[in-house]
Design a binder for this molecule. Structure first.
Ligand code: HEC
Ligand code: CU
Length: 347
């Protein structure tokens, strides 16, 4: 930035105080605003330049002074100047914008993950610890937070103006965005994609808390079971463990450690197993069959909600060893929650 920090701070204070600008409350906000001010500055400079030339020429070459027009031949220097300067400005803007884009869309590796499910007309937030919120989201300051978002119906868009973030929330596909809140406080959450009658009511409050307060909040508002624990129950009650028992003779692959691994598919390609892939392999198993297995897994399309899928995914992510599957298996057999499916291998 060419602007000195003092002028910059003054500018931001003035813009915020005059209610022209939302507060800057995330680490990315000053970077976004710098680019924005640069763009506005360039636009105003261009406007003033053209305006000044227009007025000067109208006075200088008015009819009473210049009754007969003089023919002017081209000037290479002039033409090169007015091509190269704007080109340079556009390229600077492009590179600047691209760098910022990569920064905004690549979450730091140490970020915590929260799920967001959008639907007509509300936002649901699901924390890994099992805290559920509606039209509200509590986050700690000083810690990168990644949101993994999906819509249950139409397109929505998740926007927190004070954090300068906004991302489409799409049916059938996870999209992500991240931020790091800097100042404790309450901030607006908007849906910025027209999504039906009560679109304007699809709003909420983001509460940024200091790390200590956040810890208190998570302890005070837990539902008792984490997402992974809910997923574990689903895994048993939906009969997933009849094929994914982890036994050598099981009909489905062992799912322990599958998250984050690279799978070889029957069609010869390789995939990285992330949240999106897990979701898709539950809904469209025949689309990408793991090498060495028959395409016998049934589709669960329409049988499980987005929340249920999130639970299952969080459960699968915890399966670093086969221990948990075996536990689930024994529990579900002992309380008869899921009668063993035909063809299930007896231990
Ligand atoms: C009838 C047996 C069967 C059932 C029931 C079943 N699966 Fe599968 N599953 C398979 C087989 C076989 C594969 C490997 C072939 C493929 O990718 O379709 C597989 C693949 C997968 C994969 C891809 C990862 C990998 O290692 O291939 C995931 C994730 C998965 N299943 C999760 C589930 C979940 C969650 C459930 C319950 C909602 C479930 N499965 C129910 C048989 C089954
Ligand atoms: Cu919406």
């Amino acid at each position: 930035m060419g602007i000195s920090p003092v002028i910059w701070q003054f500018l931001v204070k003035w813009l915020t105080a005059s209610a022209l600008f939302p507060r800057e409350a995330s680490t990315i906000a000053p970077y976004m605003d710098a680019l924005y001010v640069f763009l506005v500055g360039m636009t105003i400079t261009g406007l003033l330049l053209v305006g000044a030339i227009l007025v000067t020429f109208s006075i200088r070459y008015r009819k009473s002074v210049h009754p007969v027009a003089t023919q002017v031949e081209g000037s290479t220097l002039l033409e090169a100047t007015w091509t190269i300067i704007p080109l340079a400005i556009f390229l600077i803007t492009f590179v600047w914008g691209a760098l910022l884009y990569f920064r905004i869309y690549n979450p730091p590796v140490n970020s915590m993950n929260i799920y967001i499910v959008g639907k007509q007309w509300m936002w649901k937030a699901e924390h890994p610890g099992g805290q559920h919120e509606i039209n509200a989201l509590h986050v700690p300051t000083g810690q990168p937070v990644q949101l993994t978002m999906i819509s249950q119906d139409v397109f929505h868009s998740f926007s927190i103006p004070e954090f300068r973030i906004k991302r489409e929330v799409i049916p059938g596909r996870y999209s992500t965005v991240w931020f790091q809140a800097t100042t404790p406080g309450d901030y607006h959450l908007f849906c910025t994609q027209y999504c039906g009658t009560k679109h304007s009511a699809m709003i909420g409050t983001i509460t940024a808390l200091s790390p200590d307060d956040y810890k208190k909040w998570t302890q005070g508002s837990t539902s008792g079971t984490s997402l992974a624990q809910n997923g574990e129950r689903l895994f048993a009650s939906m009969g997933c463990n009849s094929c994914h028992s982890g036994n050598a003779a099981a009909r489905g692959p062992n799912l322990a450690g599958v998250y984050g691994s690279r799978l070889q598919l029957t069609n010869g390609s390789q995939v990285l197993v992330n949240e999106a892939y897990l979701r898709d392999s539950i809904l469209n198993p025949s689309q990408h069959v793991t090498a060495g297995y028959a395409p016998i897994m049934p589709t669960y399309q329409g049988q499980i909600s987005e929340d249920g899928l999130i639970d299952l995914i969080e459960y699968l992510k915890t399966l670093n060893t086969n221990y948990r599957v075996q536990q689930t298996l024994t529990t579900s057999q002992s309380d008869q929650a899921a009668p063993p499916a035909s063809g299930m291998v007896k231990p």
